[in-house]
Ligand binder design. Structure first.
Ligand code: IVH
Length: 674
């Protein structure tokens, strides 16, 4: 039994550790030596081990918990996580300021909160009564993935907020948003280590941060030096008089509650001061320990933000000014060819490695052969490379001055670089194609990658590297072979231990029980995306019926046009494909048809959608309607029952008014859906 002094000591140690951790991670003002901190931590740990009844959920020792048993759960954000409009020039910024000032009918200069735009991973943290309850990735802005177990491992994330009643009461429910990132030098260290130990190399710090957060094992996340800055909030049940009335002061309050915030944030009065802030940050960029891709300007006052509202998925009160694309000059060592899932062959410029905007680039897609012609790029040429934020590096032109003794013009390849078979160019298409499908090793890799992907069969643990390993070792020769893999086949492969082998085999095995729409999508039929797969599944309850469907049957279906109908029809006319499907069935696949909700307000109705929506993407809305038995068509006619109109509707809106079709706004549609 713990004595009273043990209770007190645990409490004291927790408070001390929390306080030193805050000083170190948030204020950047450490007060004690690391060794002293470790000593306090060890003392707490051993007391908690001795008296488990003294262990609290928010103890500083509770950062690494257990792994979630099943993948990542979905979490719906309390309030959608918006995105930002971009400004690329001073003029764009001035226009933004003009728009905002006019809307608010103001004469004086507006106050803005200026913040560096971190190039990290957006996260949403939810606190219940001041205790971290859940954390999610941004996902599609409405629904993200549950990463609570990983977020807890970040030392700068408060598990419990610091109470300071004189300043502000902690809300019962609070959602804060921020950016998780890895500092540039840490990123280098991770990659150097990965290289040495033959592990995966990350392309940039953002990918490293994203990869570290999307880990099923929190110990891996804990081993990565992830940091966080909070830059906003979602829901908060505080009454307005309890919290500051502007963004800058809110950030100061976040800091007092224990959240790390970016020290470079400043208030600027008038757009000219904002422009100066941009130059200041541009100069400072090189010294910052983390990567940023621009500056975010937010109208500082919350009541102004509220009055301005949002358009589609971006607020009217904020804008991001991105740094201009960075360019570099380098040589094309060779032009190689990549083969995609559907056999299209893409030319790639293999470059003499060059650093552009802090990232080393060693290849750039040339997209297609029309682009190769347009640029007239040849092996050995010196080219200009451009990289802008997220966008993959591009070859913008050949530097003819520096490209001496040019090689002959780049010719279209005649044979597939992977399987050596003849390539075809379909009429009207820019792409060359290899038609060998699963017989072509490069295509097989891509086919399997798609088949196992998250929205298809959702098989965890089968990444690019393992798929290649399985194919190269002839363990699999086609997709269905995945289901015949035995533990003894893979245990001898590099990187596999007995546990990882049986995990992989289990996750492959359990994928056999899935929905019909996932399976149809996984087959990778051209033009059959997730929405079409769902439509097909809703119309044919059984895969056998889908196989038998005629082109006419397919054309009857909601949203399936002649092109998709032909591809689907051709796919199921091919005996190899039928054999493949039959083989899956023999292997014990169980495909459940989607649940239909015929009692819905939308059942049997013909609906057209226009504009954009905040709660759903258009595809999600479509899916919601289809599963409720609605037919979603693309143009308004006398047969249309409802037009659902989001923001910025197109001409369908006036057409619906003209034909007196009932128009629903987003909220009305959502109400009817539920
Ligand atoms: S505010 C409603 N502030 O940029 C405002 N976002 O392009 C929404 N980001 O997904 C975001 N630094 O992850 C905001 N200081 C900052 C930011 C920031 C980086 C990211 C954020 C968002 C993306 C939008």
């Amino acid at each position: 039994m713990p004595k009273k002094e043990d209770h007190l000591r645990v409490k004291k140690l927790s408070a001390l550790i929390r306080n030193h951790s805050y000083k170190y991670h948030v204020l950047d003002e450490p007060e004690i030596e690391d060794s002293k901190y470790d000593q306090l931590f060890q003392e707490l740990l051993s007391l908690e081990q001795k008296f488990p009844e003294l262990l609290s959920k928010t103890s500083p020792t509770q950062r690494i918990g257990s792994k979630p048993s099943t993948g990542f759960k979905k979490i719906t954000h309390g309030m959608p996580m918006l995105s930002l409009d971009n400004a690329f020039s001073i003029k764009d910024l001035e226009d933004f300021d003009k728009r905002v000032t006019e809307r608010l009918v103001l004469k004086e200069n507006l106050e803005y909160c200026c913040e560096p735009k971190l190039d990290g991973v957006a996260v949403n943290l939810f606190y219940k009564k001041g205790v971290l309850d859940k954390a999610a990735t941004r996902g599609d802005g409405t629904i993200g993935e549950d990463i609570t177990h990983n977020i807890k491992t970040l030392p700068s994330v408060p598990l419990e907020l610091i109470k300071n009643e004189e300043i502000a009461k902690i809300p019962n429910a609070l959602e804060v948003r921020g950016e998780v990132f890895i500092e540039s030098f840490e990123f280098k260290k991770i990659n150097e280590y990965s290289k040495e130990s033959g592990k995966r190399i990350f392309a940039n710090p953002r990918n490293a941060a994203a990869g570290s957060l999307r880990q099923l094992d929190p110990e891996v996340t804990a081993s990565r030096p992830l940091k966080l800055f909070i830059h906003g909030y979602g829901i908060s049940d505080s009454s307005p008089e309890n919290i500051p009335n502007n963004q800058f002061d809110m950030l100061q309050l976040f800091k007092m509650w224990g959240f790390p915030t970016n020290p470079e944030v400043k208030v600027a009065i008038g757009i000219n001061t904002c422009i100066e802030y941009f130059s200041y940050i541009e100069d400072k960029r090189k010294e910052l320990p983390y990567e940023i891709d621009g500056v975010v300007y937010k109208v500082n006052k919350f009541n102004f933000q509220q009055r301005l509202g949002k358009v589609s998925r971006a607020p009217r009160w904020a804008i991001a000014r991105k740094f201009p694309a960075e360019t570099g000059k380098t040589r094309v060592n060779s032009i190689s060819y990549q083969v995609g899932r559907l056999g299209s062959v893409t030319p790639v410029a293999e470059l003499e490695p060059i650093k552009v905007g802090g990232v080393t680039i060693s290849n750039a897609s040339l997209h297609n052969f029309d682009e190769v012609d347009r640029l007239d790029v040849r092996e050995g040429d010196v080219v200009i490379i451009k990289r802008a934020g997220d966008v993959i590096p591009q070859v913008t032109k050949v530097d003819l001055k520096d490209s001496v003794k040019r090689k002959p013009k780049t010719k279209l390849p005649k044979i597939c670089p992977s399987c050596g078979s003849e390539l075809f160019r379909e009429e009207g298409e820019a792409a060359l194609r290899c038609v060998k499908a699963q017989e072509c090793p490069a295509q097989l890799v891509e086919i399997i990658k798609h088949f196992v992907s998250r929205n298809a069969m959702n098989i965890e643990g089968l990444g690019d590297k393992i798929i290649r390993l399985l194919i190269n070792n002839k363990i699999i020769n086609n997709v269905s072979d995945l289901y015949k893999i035995k533990e003894e086949d893979i245990i001898k492969l590099e990187g596999f231990a007995s546990k990882s082998s049986s995990n992989l085999i289990n996750s492959i095995g359990s994928s056999k029980e899935t929905s019909l729409q996932r399976f149809v999508y996984a087959l990778g039929i051209r033009e059959v995306g997730e929405a079409t797969a769902l439509n097909l599944a809703l119309n044919f309850n059984d895969i056998k019926d889908l196989i038998k469907a005629s082109r006419e049957d397919l054309l009857e279906i909601n949203d399936i046009g002649p092109v998709a109908a032909d591809f689907i029809n051709d796919y199921f006319k091919n005996t190899e494909n039928i054999e493949l499907v039959n083989e899956f069935m023999t292997l014990g696949f169980k495909l459940s048809p989607p649940k239909k909700d015929d009692s819905s307000n939308f059942s049997g109705k013909t609906i057209v959608i226009t504009g954009s929506f905040t709660t759903y993407s258009r595809n999600e809305l479509k899916e919601q309607l289809i599963t409720r038995g609605a037919k979603v068509t693309s143009s308004v006619s006398n047969k249309t029952d409802f037009l659902i109109s989001g923001e910025k509707p197109g001409s369908k809106f006036s057409k619906a008014q003209e034909l007196q079709v009932k128009i629903l706004d987003e909220q009305e549609a959502i109400d009817l859906l539920s």
